[in-house]
Design a protein around this ligand. Sequence first.
Ligand code: AMP
Length: 122
Amino acid sequence: MIDIERYDPNNIFAKILKKEIPSKIIFENDFVYAFEDINPQAPIHILIIPKKPFCSFIDFSKKADEKLIAGFFKSITKITELLNLKDGYRLITNVGNFGCQEVPHLHFHLLSGKNIGRIVSD
Ligand code: AMP
């Protein structure tokens, strides 16, 4: 069970942001850090995270200010443009245990490079 109500400053993505563990960077600006997923589920599988500490989407949408929320989502669009994902992509964020969230720092999965298939299996 992960805790998505109290931010854990030692979670793995916090360590990636602090450069305590390595990651393969795709893009970075004031709002986001984007890097390759270590276990890709598609030819393109990127994780996009806010640089500030939010446990999950609900935490972010409740607590982040409007400038950060706008900057975060506009950055995602910028990344899709930089990667030229003209044929489309899937953007997913898992929340809590039923959402199968493993890492308690908000992240969006950006999946593309092939037809991703139906959204939910089994
Ligand atoms: P979620 O289940 O939505 O919390 O997704 C967590 C994602 O983080 C999974 O897709 C993992 O493959 C990915 N992941 C875990 N550790 C790392 C890491 N050190 N570098 C890159 N991706 C990671």
